[in-house]
Design a protein around this ligand. Structure first.
Ligand code: NAI
Length: 329
């Protein structure tokens, strides 16, 4: 099938070409994001392949239909950026990669937690400057702490098991409970209890109307003072302005995020020579107890290989009129 890739990065080209060694499909890679204007770049392709920050709203879906697109292939798990109802009405199928190395993202969440707690970003710079002092680098034992997890699907489950391995008490909330996690030692409680009883909170649920801003001024006030908050899921789960206030008054003790509410204007681009207009992100990056990474949780060799292979398998199934096991409706 002829596929037009939007928001393509060099690593997408490498891994998709690697997964297409039989030349089953033909690719055109664009570094531009998909939006209403960029649909004009579609030539003869019947499928578009998009990533997390390509906005596939009703207006874009309408234009895709006009261009003859029959398949939107997401090369990611989250799909909050796609208007599925509009796609269904337009007769366009949507597929995604539901699971690709959940370890990649779970391990990144743990990386943020440990790096923040032990101030690795500070010690790295200090030692390179021949400053071998320790003042200000004090952390806490993760062992024995209560870790709260919201969303125990593929990624949240791996995160829970890693934290159990650290000797933590793990509290979790999900709309569906995972019996194997309970057996492993996780205790399911209400979302409120996760928020109020945890020393460390990590978010692993999708962004939906129900979960938007689940971390807000009110829920932050219910948390333990000094809580560490980790978000590798979607930026919209967190009301970032409320979090900035809580960092200023010390209610949140540390924040590690791999996703940000307004990331589509920023992430995956080199803006180092440009004045950033986003005052909230700029404020966040001034805190000594905040670590921001630019949506790199998925970025391991294993995950990239699996993303490319599953995306192409989804497209092949669509082309052969087979049932689409990774379809979104
Ligand atoms: P998943 O679909 O396997 O798990 C999500 C879990 O959240 C499910 O168990 C679901 O029941 C639960 N859930 C749904 N609504 C909930 C609610 N209101 N309260 C509590 N739990 C709720 O998804 P997976 O693969 O674990 O991914 C989780 C999220 O991680 C994705 O939605 C995506 O946004 C994000 N992600 C981030 C990446 C990164 O690079 N930072 C890469 C991949 C995914």
């Amino acid at each position: 099938m002829d596929i037009l890739f939007f928001s393509a990065q060099p690593y997408d080209i490498t891994y998709f070409n690697q997964a297409n060694q039989q030349n089953t499909h033909r690719f055109r890679f664009l570094e531009y994001p998909l939006n209403e204007d960029n649909t004009a770049l579609i030539k003869d392709e019947k499928a578009v392949c998009v990533f997390v920050n390509d906005k596939v709203d009703a207006a874009v879906v309408h234009k895709l239909k006009e261009k003859g697109i029959t398949l939107i292939a997401l090369r990611c798990a989250g799909f909050n950026n796609v208007d599925l109802k509009a796609a269904a009405e337009a007769g366009i199928s949507v597929v995604r990669v539901p699971a690709y190395s959940p370890h990649a993202v779970a391990e990144h969440a743990v990386t943020l937690l440990l790096a923040l707690n032990r101030k690795i970003y500070k010690s790295y710079n200090r030692v390179r400057d021949n400053n071998f002092t320790l003042a200000g680098l004090e952390g806490f034992d993760v062992y024995g702490k209560t870790v709260g997890v919201i969303g125990t699907g593929n990624i949240g489950a791996v995160f829970c098991r890693i934290m159990l391995g650290f000797g933590c008490k793990v509290l979790a909330h999900d709309v569906v409970e995972d019996a194997s996690l309970v057996q492993a030692g996780v205790t399911y409680v209400s979302q409120e209890s996760v928020l109020t009883e945890s020393d460390i909170i990590s978010l692993h649920c999708p962004l939906t109307p129900d979960t938007k801003h689940l971390i807000n001024g009110h829920s932050i006030n219910s948390m333990k003072r000094g809580v560490t908050l980790i978000n590798t899921s979607r930026g919209g789960l967190v009301d970032t302005k409320a979090v900035v206030e809580a960092l200023k008054n010390g209610h949140i003790g540390a924040l590690g995020i791999d996703v940000y509410e307004q990331e589509e204007q920023l992430f995956f681009q080199n803006l180092s020579g440009i004045i950033i207009q986003d005052d909230v992100l700029s404020r966040l990056t001034t805190f000594p107890n905040v670590l921001v990474t630019a949506h790199q949780g998925f970025f391991t060799r294993e995950a990239l290989t699996q993303i490319a292979e599953t995306t192409l398998a989804n497209i092949s199934s669509f082309e052969k009129n087979e049932p689409l096991k990774n379809a979104l409706k």
